[in-house]
Design a protein around this ligand. Structure first.
Ligand code: PRP
Length: 207
């Protein structure tokens, strides 16, 4: 059974509202995506493994923790790139594996044009970054690729989704938890999320 986490954090909701606004310019849009990615990634990493660690402060010893897991981050080009910088600030030691997919406008099926996954990996956890979960085709294809190289613990971090995409992803990969800022109403007749925010790639890159 998939776990679906839709953030209730007021800052996420505030920033998402600005992101949706059609009057938000490209520069602000990119900055909001970066900030939202940090906030959602913070929520998605609540269960990563830490080991106890003693550290010396200027005043003596303190017991603390060290995050031990090797984390991989997979931005789905293009739109997922806007989430990467913030996540790398939060998790500076991650490995980044780029995947390039675009959605064919007629069939709505994902077409792969770039893949920098390793052939095999011992990585323990992978976080997929893609702001839009529409039909779910791109997310399912990305997870298929990750499982093929041996990643078995995967999390999907998006910004907004249509119910159709959540259903498709959870049926195909029920073991992958989904983290979102919003679950929107529906897909329209051309496969865009409504009310959504338009095309996240175009709005970031001015195309
Ligand atoms: C968008 C989005 C996802 C995909 C979601 O990418 O970033 O990757 O569509 O749609 P799906 O759930 O129906 O597969 P797009 O094809 O617009 O490419 P871009 O990121 O290069 O703009």
């Amino acid at each position: 059974m998939t776990s679906l986490h839709v953030s209730q954090h007021p800052l996420v909701q505030h920033k998402l509202t600005l992101l949706r606004d059609k009057n938000t310019d490209h520069r602000s849009f990119r900055e909001l995506m970066r900030e939202l990615a940090i906030l959602l990634c913070y929520e998605a990493t609540q269960d990563i493994h830490v080991e106890p660690k003693i550290v010396e402060t200027p005043m003596g010893s303190a017991s603390g923790y060290k995050a031990e897991e090797t984390i991989g981050v997979v931005p789905v080009l293009r739109a997922g790139l806007g989430m990467l910088e913030g996540v790398m600030q939060l998790l500076p030691n991650v490995q980044v594996w780029h995947i390039g997919l675009y959605r064919d406008e007629k069939t709505l099926l994902p077409v792969q044009y770039y893949n920098r996954l390793p052939e095999k990996t011992s990585i323990q956890i992978c976080i997929i970054l893609d702001p839009m979960l529409a039909t779910g085709g791109s997310a399912v294809a990305t997870i298929d690729l990750l499982k093929n190289v041996g990643v078995d613990r995967i999390k999907y971090v998006g910004l907004i989704a249509a119910p159709e995409g959540v259903d498709r992803l959870s049926q195909a990969h029920p073991d992958v938890p989904i983290y979102l800022a919003s679950l929107d109403e529906r897909l329209n007749e051309v496969g865009f999320i409504v009310p959504g925010l338009g095309d996240a790639g175009d709005r970031q890159f001015g195309t």
